[in-house]
Structure formats: C-alpha cells, structure tokens
Design a protein around this ligand. Sequence first.
Ligand code: NAD
Ligand code: ZN
Ligand code: ZN
Length: 342
Amino acid sequence: MDTMRAGVVRSFTTDLEITEVPIPTIGPNEALVRVDYSGVCHTDVHAAHGDWPVRPTLPFIPGHEGVGRVVEIGDAVTRVAVGDLVGNAWLWSACGECEYCETGWETLCPNQRNSGYSVDGSFGQYMVVDSRYCPVIPDGVDEAGVAPVLCAGVTVYKGLKMTDTQPGEWVLVSGIGGLGHLAVQYAVAMGRRVAAIDVDDTKLALATKLGAEVVVNAALEADPAARLQELTGGVHGALVTAVNAHAFPQAVGALRRGGTVALVGLPPDQFPLDIFTTVLFGLTVRGSIVGTRKDMTEALDFFARGLVTPTFTVRPLDDVNAIVAEMLRGEIEGRVVMDLRD
Ligand code: NAD
Ligand code: ZN
Ligand code: ZN
C-alpha cells in the first residue's frame, strides 16, 4: 500500500506523531489532492487537545488550510479536474438538503463534515476533498500565501459582514493573530475604520502597519473598554478572535449604542454578559462560524486582487509540535504555513 507522511493526533495529551500512513482513497464525488502547503490554525490546536465539547475521533490528521493540486478524481466529479489548484476548508461538506443548506446557511448544516476534525485534514502529503465544496483557488496567486485565506481569511471576512457595520464606521478587531491580522486588512479593504486590541505590542505594531488607526494593549490598560470608548466614541461593531475569555466582555464594553459584536474566537470558557447595558443600549452579541462557499469565493478574490496579504512564515511539517507550542505562547506573527512538498 502506498503511504505518505502526516502529522497524526493519537491522544489529546501527547504531541502529534509524524509518521507514515496510507494515502487515502476517494469516493465518487471526491478528489485526491497532493498537498503543497497547509496553514496552522489555532482551531487545529483546540482539535489536537480535545478542547471543545464535541471531540474528534482519534486518531485523526488536523489541518483545514491546505492547498495543492488534484491528482485523482472520483467518477461523479465535474467541478474540478486533475491538475487544478484547490484547497480544503473547515466546511469540508454539507448535506445540501436541510433548511440551512436550502437558505444559504450551509455553515450551520447539522450534517456538515469538517476538515481536520471529522474528516482527515491537510497536515499530510495527500488529502481528500469533496469536489462540490472545496475552494477552487484563482489562477496566478501565491500558493503558500493563499493558505491562510482558506480559514482565517474567510472566517474574518464573514465575521466582519456579521458585525453589520457600514463603510466609514468603526470596527474593533480583538486578537491580532492569524485571524485578526487578516481581519484588520479585510476591514480596511471594506472601508471600515479599525481599532485593534491585543495583549502584545508586537501584534499591535503589525495591526498599525496594516491600517489600524487605534490600538490598545489590554495587558497594560486598566480599563481597555473605556479606553476604546474614549478613542473611538464607541465602536459600531467588534470581531473577537482572541483565544482568551477576558477579551469578550471588553469587546462588548467597547461597543457604541446599537452595536454588534461577532464572536469568532473559541476559548473553551464562558464570559459574563451585562444584561442591563445589553438591553438598554440595544446591543447584539452573535456567533459567526467560518463562511459559505460564496463567502470563500469573495474572500479569495480580495486576496487575488492584492487587497489582503497574509503575514506568514514557511516551515516544515517536522516543526508542527514546536509551532503548536509557539502558538499557545502567543509567539507567532500572522500565520505559519507548513511546506509539505517533499
Ligand atoms: P492565534 O493564536 O493566531 O491568535 C490569537 C491572538 O489572540 C493572538 O494574537 C494573541 O496575542 C491574542 N490574545 C490572547 N489573549 C488576548 C486577550 N486577552 N485580548 C486580546 N487578544 C488576546 O489564533 P487564530 O488562529 O487567529 O485563532 C483564533 C481563535 O479563533 C481560535 O480560538 C480559533 O479556534 C478560532 N477560530 C474560529 C473560527 C470560526 O469560524 N468561528 C475559525 C477559525 C478560528
Ligand atoms: Zn481555522
Ligand atoms: Zn445541510
């Protein structure tokens, strides 16, 4: 049997194992992809550590920012051909038939499958995609640079839409990591004025470089929400990508009356929501999960037109456990993209 190298999660308390596993086989609607690059998302860390209420079944291969060329297609495939550049995405597939799929909310499909969680992902030399759902990468784009768009990019692009802000209005981006540094760029490209909050001055310097007009270091400020109110008059919308529960009430507290906060970050915690202000100021607090195929096409188009440019470093699969450790310590600037070409 032909094998490939992959990073495999065998338990929620040990490192990923870099090992040889069988090259997966495909069904009628699926395509086999030779992975060239894969981004490492903080969700992969949550998956590998079993952080969330629904855990993946062990063993599994994480990764949902994979990009590479199709090498084989199933009998029923029409949307992609051998040689096409495609990606995987958190939304590996959906049922296409439920009320959510029918109404353009395939990201809420109860029968969806997720790359690197319920289906093996892109931390390996080959991956399987569902040809009806996989992102098709526009011609001529940088293949390593596009990887972070496949989760981080589409997620923040959709999340920004979910803040219901308009051009010229303030949006707060909380957490300037893999997702947040792209959120700053999408928000600027969408005509929003950007405020950024993080606990690390290096991340905030990146936010400023990318177009944030206001930055607040939550670790140094006694009352970060009050400071943001002072600097912006209250933000019209906020997008929380931080992996820390404290960031959530701070974002709510930074909202202007009538404002909306879209929650995207997924620390396995709760946060207190002040009922009185939420009611009297007419605030909206909502969750936002990745994006649909249409959101993906739009998010990729922003990238292809040079309106967003991920900050990333390229590293080998062998570094995966070091990358996870650095991510947990908050040491990564932008994204890490792993090179799986050899
Ligand atoms: P990351 O580790 O690259 O970035 C997290 C950032 O949060 C870092 O810059 C860190 O400094 C910052 N941070 C930490 N504590 C903070 C605080 N108290 N206040 C403000 N900022 C703080 O992670 P990422 O890959 O960008 O992912 C972020 C989160 O989003 C993860 O929980 C991930 O699972 C989740 N996620 C959600 C979706 C979705 O669809 N909802 C999609 C992708 C990722
Ligand atoms: Zn992700
Ligand atoms: Zn469905």
